[in-house]
Design a protein around this ligand. Structure first.
Ligand SMILES: [Zn+2]
Length: 278
């Protein structure tokens, strides 16, 4: 939003009041439910939860309060947690490989919540295919999950190449806005070389390590590719942990689903806390 009186702290200023109210209007627009929720109040507590200060001591908004990215992020999160239902139609649009009859048997007309999908009695691989999307898990969280999985694959396989580990560290910083796109691209490119090195070293132990190096490079994929990056990282981490063992793969994927569920529950709780604050 545009803040007209940037340094004005007069609590009676009408221009500042208009600026302030415009944020509420914008939030209503983005959330598409004017009047149903006190988005300004919820946005206020959302900012506080992000560690950002929403209000000056005089009661006007801070730069974080007027920040368009923050406004958009809040709205995205609101929409995701308040209306996200995985319907039959959505699964078809995503080109699910199940036939319509099977989808209809699994998913009721009204759809399923992401947490319900996580508990579906279908292979873990298929549940991950549904869940690892930025419509369901925020891009930032997808990136952080990918970093956790890549890191764990490197640790368990003994792949300790500094380029791979640095790529994971930079990707984590990028997720929270502390590294630039250029830094991410450079880290990814180095991790990509490390991955070639991993595959070309001694054959006896190369598979899990090569896969771990792939996972690290995938975790540092470019911006706006978080969903693909998380899916790729998840799969390479599974390969690294369970090279060729079907039971091992199923166990590794179940662990990943548990990680996704933890993130989804955290988002749900934050949304509920927001509702109670109204
Ligand atoms: Zn003013």
């Amino acid at each position: 939003m545009k803040q007209t009186h940037k340094n004005c702290q007069d609590p009676k200023c009408k221009v500042c009041l208009e600026d302030h109210l415009a944020v509420g209007t914008r939030l209503d627009e983005l959330c598409g439910d004017t009047g149903k929720h006190d988005h300004m109040g919820r946005f206020h507590s959302w900012l506080t939860k992000q560690g950002l200060s929403p209000e000056t001591e005089h009661g006007w908004g801070t730069a974080a309060f007027f920040d368009n990215d923050n406004i958009a992020k809040y709205a995205e999160e609101f929409l995701r947690t308040n209306s996200m239902k995985i319907t039959r139609e959505l699964l078809r649009r995503w080109c699910a490989c199940y036939i319509d009859e099977r989808i209809a048997a699994l998913v009721p007309e009204a759809g399923l919540t992401p947490l319900e999908v996580a508990n579906l009695d279908i292979p873990a691989k298929d549940r991950l295919w549904i869940l690892l999307r930025d419509d369901i898990v925020p891009a930032r969280e997808l990136r952080l999950l990918a970093c956790d999985w890549a890191e764990s694959a490197c640790r368990k396989s003994g792949w300790a190449d500094a380029r791979s580990l640095e790529a994971i560290a930079v990707a984590r910083r990028f997720a929270v806005g502390e590294a630039s796109e250029a830094e991410l691209a450079a880290a990814r490119s180095a991790a990509w070389s490390a991955r070639s090195a991993a595959w070309s070293t001694s054959k006896s132990a190369w598979s899990p390590r090569g896969a771990a190096a792939e996972a690290a490079a995938a975790a540092a994929d470019v911006r706006a590719m978080e969903a693909l990056s998380a899916s790729k990282t998840a799969e390479w981490a599974v390969q690294s942990a369970a090279w060729g063992s079907e039971d091992g793969e199923a166990a590794a994927r179940s662990e990943q689903i548990a990680d996704v569920v933890r993130v989804l529950k955290r988002i749900d709780e934050a949304a509920k806390a927001g509702k109670e604050a109204e």
